[in-house]
Design a protein around this ligand. Structure first.
Ligand code: NAD
Length: 334
């Protein structure tokens, strides 16, 4: 698909998934405006593409609708990925809602007013809560367990409402847990896979919150970003809500064993800590709608994805030990 001559706004484009999406958009010929306040995003995430004259970074908070509106004025598509995450929502629920839900509603109105051709809301599998039936299609009930999941559900409901009420062309994408290069290990953004990998590489114990029987459907970030791109650029996706996952379920206990095998440290210690409040116990995607509608298929297996993330860490200037200085173990606590 060619996006040559198209201007695309990506909020959260200096973050983990957003920076991968930006690369795919540039590869497709688009001019990209990244809107990010860098609260969790990083200049480094865009460093190797920063000299591309089609890419600009705008240090704007998405709660500031006016400057955002100006940036959207002649845009063809907006992808809204700016977010405050699940663990942030445990200690700061109101701010989490402001960014994930309220700012989304304001942004939808602004995008419609200035005539952006399409609005893509990147939601999350956390809107489902713990699976009641598996695999989970888009029709699975939504019972989020955290303010993060609830605020993302509000954001996606506003997005669908703009299509239903105004016939403003919107798309909702629900990625399942993503991992891969540029993922977060630090602070309240830290995710299980980067934390496990770095700790294993640094000869530290892998810490599991709860009994480890909770499951996730982990998707490599290139697959997640490609799914988001396909959903945002296909006419068939307008008005739709679409899962993007790997269609494989793994327990956190088995994930820890897989990480140990990939790092080559079979004897690495595993410690079980108290469960994290609001932890979803089961997620297992059915992405067949994305397959049928968009031709999406996940390509990267868990072992390959972990090997690629490990190789990426090994190529960093900081060692695993040094990177872990930014890690917080119970990273939902203030
Ligand atoms: N990472 C996952 O496993 C996962 C899974 C499902 C869905 N998602 C969704 O994908 C999207 C991207 O997530 P991610 O993992 O890349 O997160 P991330 O934290 O790496 O990226 C989010 C970006 O948003 C920016 N941001 C936060 N608040 C902002 C604000 N007020 N104004 C401007 N920018 C702001 C941050 O600086 C960051 O760069 C989110 O919408 C998230 O809900 C992520």
């Amino acid at each position: 698909m060619s996006l040559a001559g198209q201007t695309v706004v990506v909020t959260g484009g200096a973050g983990f998934i957003g920076s991968m999406l930006v690369r795919l958009l540039l590869d497709s010929g688009a001019t990209v405006r990244v809107v990010d306040n860098l609260v969790n995003g990083k200049h480094e995430n865009l460093a190797d593409i920063a000299n591309d004259e089609r890419l600009t970074l705008h240090l704007v908070d998405i709660r500031d609708t006016q400057p955002l509106k100006v940036l959207m004025e002649d845009a063809h598509i907006v992808f809204n990925l700016a977010v405050l995450g699940v663990r942030h929502s445990l200690h700061s629920p109101h701010e989490n809602h402001e960014v994930n839900a309220t700012a989304t509603l304001h942004m939808l109105s602004a995008a419609r007013e200035v005539g952006v051709g399409r609005y893509v809301y990147v939601s999350t599998s956390e809107v489902y809560g713990t699976a009641r039936t598996v695999p989970m299609t888009e029709l699975h009930p939504t019972f989020p367990m955290t303010v993060y999941g609830a605020s993302k559900l509000a954001g996606e409901c506003y997005t669908r409402a703009f299509w239903e009420t105004y016939r403003y062309p919107t798309v909702v994408v629900r990625p399942f847990n993503s991992y891969g290069i540029r993922s977060h290990h630090e602070g309240d953004s830290g995710e299980v896979i980067p934390k496990f990998l770095l700790r294993c590489m640094a000869d530290k114990a892998l810490i599991i919150f709860g009994d480890g029987r909770q499951t996730r459907d982990f998707t490599f970030v290139e697959d997640s970003a490609r799914g988001i791109l396909l959903a945002g650029t296909s006419d068939k996706a307008v008005g739709e809500t679409i899962n993007i996952g790997s269609n494989h379920e793994i327990t956190i206990n088995d994930l820890a064993d897989t990480v140990k095998a990939v790092v080559g440290k079979a004897n690495a210690e595993i410690i079980h800590d108290e469960p994290r409040p609001g932890d979803v116990l089961r997620l297992y995607a059915d992405s067949s709608k994305a397959g049928k509608l968009l031709g999406f298929e996940p390509r990267v297996t868990m072992t390959e994805g972990l090997q690629r993330l490990k190789a990426w860490y090994e190529a960093q200037s900081l060692s695993a030990e040094e990177l872990l200085e930014a890690e917080k173990v119970r990273n939902w606590e203030v």
